[in-house]
Design a protein around this ligand. Structure first.
Ligand code: HEC
Length: 461
């Protein structure tokens, strides 16, 4: 029997691989958006500095540039590859799908990224050492290269949501994938929010400067840019909502808006008030306000934004054809990909995944719980933690703490197999696998056994 091209399953207790990716991703977004936004601010500030002949603005650029070099470039450059490691083990087929679409887009992104990193060093260390016109050209090239890295990544990220039309499924073309329905709105959100973040950090650096004239001038350039960025971001977010697939709309209204909306509105309000304040009273900006505000934006703005984008995509991880549990949901003739759900139903995951240990390929009374656990890892753990009370949508809790195997099996046989739940993948399993999976979940919910881990049967070989 031909196996499916599945990979080993990576599972982190309690939080799943999803949150590992989420945490690294949020740190990366905070660092990278601040850097890209700051690159544009530098270009604008430097243009003003030369036009109005105000060399002290250049000193500010140098300080801010140095601050970014130490913090956000290092953090950004570590977490960027970190994302690659995390997504490769969390969702190998998702990454594979993206690479098969975007390999040259990524190659281009790395070229721009190299320009960006060399650019920031050149910008900081050559300031005042080469003629101003050349330096200004360098700063604008750096700014455009930085923004280009964002633009290219956004095309890839928004394809993960969906291509938005049937065209890509038949052509498989990179253009159809890249210029997907939500690309421009998504780019607008990120462009606006990067200006907000870079402005807040810029004001933080500014709050450490003594020269009142410099503070006034720079704050009055930065604050309106930050405000405009915030409004752009909100407008684009509203447009973005119109470009989402049905499953995402549902997830958003039922599960996400009720949880995150208040925090995001609070972030917008607090940032707007702060930026207006900085504009009107530039001498009153303080480090002890700027630092907590930045953390507030990161925790209540960026984390929900990334979490929402990840959650809304469910049950898919990429392009509405790869489910989060790595099973292919539909045919994609343009890429020669065929749906797998029904094959899984016929032969079972234990038989079709090449990485299942031999001793678990056939379910026996002895290995039943262990096989059930492996099935849960392969089929559900990308979205659900397996432990009771775990923060990532605990699977035992989602069954209301029930230890009734029949009830759990009925859910798998019914709504899951029929694909009637918009945010969960359609999953068809043979009867013996359904029973093992149900037995494992029920076992997690049995009070006397709840803390006992499933025993691993030693290999028979
Ligand atoms: C693609 C991600 C994903 C996968 C894979 C997945 N689920 Fe879910 N599941 C969800 C989401 C999202 C929710 C609703 C979230 C919430 O309530 O916070 C959910 C909710 C549930 C619920 C609660 C009932 C409901 O309809 O809200 C149960 C029960 C459940 N899942 C069981 C399973 C089982 C069993 C598996 C594996 C066979 C599985 N899920 C695989 C995403 C997934």
């Amino acid at each position: 029997m031909d196996m499916l091209g599945l990979y080993p399953t990576f599972y982190v207790p309690q939080i799943g691989s999803a949150w590992v990716m989420g945490i690294i991703g949020v740190i990366h977004v905070v660092a990278s958006h601040t850097s890209v936004g700051a690159a544009l601010l530098f270009a604008i500030l430097e243009t003003v500095a030369y036009k109005q002949n105000r060399p002290q603005i250049l000193d500010f650029i140098k300080r801010y540039g140095m601050f970014l070099l130490v913090f956000s470039y290092i953090i950004g450059s570590i977490t960027g590859p970190g994302i690659w490691y995390a997504i490769t083990v969390a969702s190998p087929r998702g990454v594979g799908g993206l690479i098969h679409n975007f390999v040259w887009v990524w190659a281009a992104e790395w070229v721009y990224f190299t320009v960006e990193v060399i650019g920031v060093y050149a910008l900081v260390y050559l300031l005042g050492k080469i003629d101003p016109r050349s330096h200004l050209k360098l700063t604008w090239s750096f700014a455009l290269a930085s923004w280009a890295t964002m633009l290219l990544i956004v095309g890839i990220l928004s394809f993960m949501m969906w291509p938005g039309s049937e065209a890509w499924y038949t052509t498989g073309s990179t253009n159809d994938a890249f210029y997907n329905l939500n690309f421009f709105a998504h780019l607008g959100i990120r462009t606006g929010s990067m200006l907000v973040m870079a402005t807040v950090v810029g004001l933080l650096v500014l709050s450490r400067q003594a020269d009142p004239d410099l503070r006034q001038r720079v704050a009055r350039i930065l604050a309106p840019i930050g405000l405009a960025g915030g409004f752009l971001s909100v407008l684009m977010f509203m447009w973005y909502l119109q470009t989402l697939p049905h499953n995402a709309q549902l997830m958003l209204t039922v599960n996400l808006i009720p949880v995150y909306m208040k925090g995001m509105i609070a972030v917008f309000a607090a940032t707007t008030v702060y930026l207006i304040w900085a504009w009107v009273k530039p001498l009153h900006i303080r480090t002890w306000v700027a630092v907590p505000l930045f953390l507030f934006i990161a925790v209540y703005g960026v984390w929900p934004e990334e979490r929402i984008r990840e959650s809304m995509r469910k049950p898919f991880v990429v392009g509405q054809y790869v489910y989060s549990n790595q099973i292919i949901a539909r045919d994609v003739p343009g890429k020669g990909i065929t749906a797998e759900v029904d094959r899984v139903g016929e032969h079972g995951l234990l038989k079709l995944n090449p990485f299942v240990p031999e001793r678990l390929r056939t379910i026996t009374p002895e290995n039943r719980l262990e096989a059930g656990q492996l099935l849960a890892k392969m089929a559900c753990a990308n979205c659900h933690a397996l432990e009771k009370g775990a923060p990532l949508r605990s699977l035992p809790d989602k069954f209301g703490g029930s230890a009734d195997e029949d009830l759990i099996a009925a859910f798998i046989r019914g709504p899951l197999a029929n694909g009637t739940i918009a945010y969960m993948p359609r999953l068809v399993l043979p009867e013996h696998e359904i029973e093992a999976l149900a037995a494992f979940i029920a076992h997690q919910n049995k009070p006397q056994l709840a803390t006992v881990a499933v025993k691993t049967t030693p290999p028979k070989e």
